[in-house]
Design a protein around this ligand. Structure first.
Ligand SMILES: NC(=O)c1ccc[n+]([C@@H]2O[C@H](COP(=O)([O-])OP(=O)(O)OC[C@H]3O[C@@H](n4cnc5c(N)ncnc54)[C@H](OP(=O)(O)O)[C@@H]3O)[C@@H](O)[C@H]2O)c1
Length: 320
């Protein structure tokens, strides 16, 4: 099969488009013919500095497609079925193997391209808001990096749950594209101070919950934006900065900072069911899967470079 591979970490130009052996089907797994690769923020971070588990390495968490092989011990999936899948690596290819547990059937009529982009961003957003963030109707939530894949999902799920939604992004254009998704107030953090803006918007109370996929200096602004008893779901390091923050404001206000990692939950029945629910809800049009742009798989380098140029809102796909 063809795959976008790399032999060393680095900038997007480390990608090469090569022939590699087809993946083998594990007795408890499936192999899919990939119809769409949803490039995750974690894929760009892994390309930059993640471990090369295979060599050449095929990066990538998330892809959707049609099952072409089913392991001998798998009874609930069949050849020809459309599924969306998540695994630690291997999405940037024509074929990918995953544990059967990490494949979610896609309802008939739901575009596989959209389905490919649901599990990680929406599953992560759901866990940040509800399982770990305990968001309730009437609360105010701050979504850092609102235009990210996780951010676009979190804005919609928070709004649907009856929360007031504030989001940050690096430009007014990006914030404009978040309004139709349910964002109540946008903060362009390149122009305006996030903490001051949050305090102004909340009558100096602060927000009840922050979803923070950026870390570093952004995480510091998240801590300083919290209301009394406010919570943070810290879920990523998109800012690529050291996580050196002053946590002292947490104690004085009975505030909390919780790390969230979907990967550690994804094999549980709870997370599996949650992701299937989100796939089904997306198929019914209950929220929007935002696809910014698609590239051919052989242009993986250009697609990663585009994401890192900070122009994308939502997801960028690769099509084999
Ligand atoms: N823990 C988990 O389970 C989990 C699950 C999914 C994702 N994540 C993590 O969450 C983060 C976001 O993932 P995603 O898929 O939503 O990412 P994404 O779609 O690629 O978006 C990342 C966003 O971060 C913002 N950003 C801020 N500083 C940046 C920098 N120095 N370089 C690049 N972007 C920067 C950009 O928005 P602006 O330009 O508007 O600031 C960008 O759009 C990643 O760190 C990812 O690894 C964690």
């Amino acid at each position: 099969m063809k795959a976008a591979v790399y032999y060393e970490n680095g900038t997007p130009d480390v990608f090469k488009y090569e022939d590699v052996p087809d993946p083998e089907c594990h007795p408890k797994g499936v192999v899919i013919r990939v119809a769409a690769v949803s490039i995750e923020g974690g894929d760009t971070l892994n390309r930059w500095r993640g471990p090369l588990v295979t060599k050449p390495h095929i990066v990538g968490y998330q892809a959707g497609g049609e099952i072409v092989q089913v392991g001998s011990e798998v009874k609930h999936l069949r050849v020809g079925q459309k599924v969306t899948t998540v695994f630690n690596y291997g999405s940037h290819a024509e074929l990918r193997a995953v544990p059967a547990r990490n494949a979610w059937p896609v309802p008939d009529g739901f575009d596989i391209k959209l389905a490919s982009a649901v599990p990680v961003p929406f599953g992560t957003a759901d866990d940040c808001l509800f399982e770990f963030g305990h968001l309730k109707a009437g609360e105010t939530v701050l979504i850092q990096a609102g235009a990210s894949g996780v951010g676009v999902a979190a804005i919609q799920l928070a709004r649907r749950a009856g929360a007031r939604v504030i989001a940050t992004a690096s430009s007014d254009d990006r914030l404009e594209r978040l309004k139709p998704l349910g964002m109540d107030h946008g903060i362009n953090y390149r122009r305006d101070d996030v903490v001051k803006s949050v305090m102004k918007l909340t009558d100096r109370k602060g927000v009840d919950l922050v979803v923070d996929p950026v870390g570093g200096a952004t995480l510091q602004s998240s801590i300083l934006s919290l209301a009394y008893r406010g919570r943070i779901s810290m879920v990523g390091a998109a800012g690529r900065e050291a996580m050196t923050v002053d946590v002292s404001p947490l104690m004085a206000g009975n505030r909390s900072l919780t790390g969230v990692f979907l990967g550690a939950e994804i094999a549980t029945d709870r997370a599996h069911t949650m992701i299937q629910r989100l796939v089904d809800e997306a198929a019914r049009g209950e929220f929007k899967v935002v696809i910014d742009k698609t590239f051919p798989l052989k242009e993986a380098a250009a697609a990663h470079a585009y994401i890192e140029s900070r122009q994308a809102v939502g997801r960028v796909l690769l099509i084999p």
